[in-house]
Design a protein around this ligand. Structure first.
Ligand code: ARG
Length: 589
């Protein structure tokens, strides 16, 4: 099916042409005066100069050409030259009836799907997940689902931070505590123990301890650096210990992400491309792009048009060590070698903007991937507390993701337990489901690049622009539909959408017609917040219609069945939308 907006614009374009004007003037937009009309066209204003005519005259000519249109119910030329439009009830209801007949609501699949690699999550091994990683996971998961829904082939990669100094720090601290372990014995030739020498909670304590010590004690720091090098150079014992750190940490990460309804196709890390670095560096040297500068190996990435200086990309430090940049570049090479992606999207804190600018330019300059491959960085803003400062624990420390989730679960459980019909166990399950919606919607409903305030009270409210409000609306529809099915023995999905009986009903229908444009726009701009805004409006319009209409007690069967069909479609659209946002709705709450 073609987009609703495209169809009505075409009708308008034909009318401009029929009245003797350029058809390109006939673009239709949603009305910015919903009290006066549903859609509008400003083409007559734009054409006034060209045709040396008053805009109102042009608009009048076009309105005349639209007399008898099956698309528009009314076309008004108003001062100073706007065309105020209402679409025909039949045209709108026919359109959504057709949408309902198709699994994808009439949205076509791309001719040839693109291959997209989505780099998100990005947790660091051995460090606990903190709220900063929440945004990357939540936004990334949604961007992935939106692109998949659009019909693209998306490969999600977590890109673990598993190779830098933090690994050397953990190794150093473990060595201080358990020097007798075979990992540190250069002469040990046997098999290393199955069991890791630490639990995940020990690991989470080891890293901050080591990090603090290294800041106070230069010798400790030097040792951690040395261990990082030995690990990267392939020391057998340290590699084996490192693998234990990865195993323990990844098992825990998997649990955490599962709770967030986030999953990855690839669990690559910075370390995965270690062996690909030498060949990449050699290529950069051979092409003359990389050169020595005060001992380090660098590639210039500045461009003439830069207004701010973009420093060169450091590929190798003077001691030969690779950096975050190096592993990111080698990862691009490997992704190209294995997947030939059309696009690679990275989702990180926007403070990494310069890093990605350098990496992208360097990758292009060194020819690591074809010209046509798109590289995109989506930088997100900070999650702040109510005080407007980065979200912290009450004691002022970095908030752990698990604590934050526990807090929001608890608040949700308190609210849901207030419903006496819901037992303890169901309340618990439902609270988790609704809390996830509260958390994710609270994040996704903001444009990603903006900072936002994490406000548990607001996010968990059943009213306003919140996740729980949407779920509540969905639950309400589900309940009406099941009551209908129970009392009539008919299936809601077999009913047919009829002509709207009221303005509120038509408004709801018009919201539904916009589905395809919204999904497509959210895909093109990697913008989940557009979907949020859409279902919020859809929910509001549904609730207005619902409050004004006695659906189940309507005695005119045809009327009632038409409404049931409209509700069933509204429900399917809403559930599709929340699914691409990464959460789901319970049956009751
Ligand atoms: N581990 C990094 C961090 O915590 C994020 C990784 C993002 N992805 C990438 N390819 N650099 O900041």
């Amino acid at each position: 099916m073609r987009k609703f907006m495209t169809l009505i614009s075409e009708e308008m374009e034909k009318a401009f042409a029929a009245a003797g004007y350029d058809s390109a003037l006939g673009r239709v937009t949603v009305s910015n005066r919903p009290d006066l009309c549903e859609y509008q066209c400003n083409g007559a204003m734009a054409g006034a100069k060209r045709y040396h005519k008053a805009p109102l005259m042009i608009a009048g000519d076009v309105a005349k050409a639209l007399e008898g249109s099956s698309v528009f119910e009314s076309v008004e030329a108003v001062k100073p030259g706007f065309l105020n439009l209402k679409v025909s009830e039949k045209f709108a209801s026919d359109y959504i009836r057709q949408m309902g007949e198709d699994e994808r609501f009439g949205m076509p699949l791309p001719g040839k799907p693109s291959t997209i690699i989505l780099d998100y999550g990005g947790p660091n091994v051995a460090k606990p997940l903190h709220v900063g990683h929440l945004r990357s996971a939540v936004i990334g998961e949604s961007v992935k689902r939106i692109a998949r829904w659009h019909g693209e082939k998306v490969i999600g990669d977590i890109h673990l931070g598993d190779w830098g100094l933090q690994m050397g720090l953990v190794i150093t601290e473990v060595k201080k505590r358990q020097p007798e372990l075979p990992y540190f014995d250069a002469d040990f030739a046997g098999d290393y123990p199955e069991e890791a020498p630490f639990t995940v909670s020990e690991l989470e304590e080891i890293y901050p301890t080591a990090s603090a010590k290294s800041k106070e004690d230069p010798e400790y720091y030097a040792e951690a650096m040395a261990n990082t090098h030995r690990l990267q150079d392939g020391d057998r014992g340290l590699r084996a210990l490192w693998q234990k750190i990865i195993d323990v940490s990844v098992a825990d990460l998997k649990k955490n992400y599962e709770n967030l309804n986030v999953d990855f196709d690839l669990w690559w890390g910075e370390s995965s491309v270690h062996d690909a670095i030498p060949a990449m560096v050699q290529g950069m040297r051979d092409s003359g792009k990389a050169y020595e500068s005060s001992g380090a190996l660098v590639v210039d990435v500045s461009e003439e048009t830069d207004t701010k200086e973009i420093p060169p990309c450091i590929i190798l430090k003077s001691d030969g060590a690779s950096l975050y940049t190096t592993t990111d570049l080698a990862t691009i090479s490997e992704r190209e070698r294995l997947y030939h992606p059309d696009k690679i999207i990275y989702i990180t804190d926007k403070r990494q903007e310069l890093h990605f600018k350098q990496v992208f330019r360097c990758a292009r300059r060194c020819g690591l991937l074809p010209e046509s491959t798109e590289l995109v960085h989506i930088g997100f803003g900070t999650m702040n507390g109510k005080d407007g400062k980065p979200f912290k624990t009450r004691e002022g420390g970095v908030m752990r993701l698990s604590t934050l989730i526990a807090d929001i679960n608890e608040e949700m459980k308190r609210k849901i337990s207030a419903n006496p019909e819901i037992g303890e166990e169901e309340a618990e399950r439902t609270a988790e489901q609704v809390a996830l919606a509260a958390l994710k919607y609270g994040d996704l409903s903001n444009q990603a690049s903006k900072d936002y305030v994490f406000d548990i009270d607001r996010f968990t409210s059943f009213e306003g622009d919140t996740g729980p409000y949407l779920l509540y609306t969905i639950v309400r529809i589900k309940s009406i539909l099941s009551k209908y099915e129970e009392s009539t023995g008919r299936k809601a999905k077999d009913q047919e959408i009829a002509l709207p009986k009221s303005k509120l009903e038509k408004d709801l229908m018009l919201d539904l017609t916009a589905f395809q444009s919204v999904m497509d726009g959210a895909y093109q701009d990697a913008a989940p917040h557009r979907i949020c805004a859409y279902i919020y409006e859809l929910s509001n319009d549904f609730n207005s219609f619902y409050h004004a209409t006695r659906i189940l007690t309507e005695s005119d069967e045809a009327k009632r069945n038409g409404w049931i069909a409209l509700l069933a479609l509204t429900l399917r659209v809403m559930e599709t939308c929340i699914d691409v946002l990464g959460f789901s709705a319970p049956d009751r709450m």
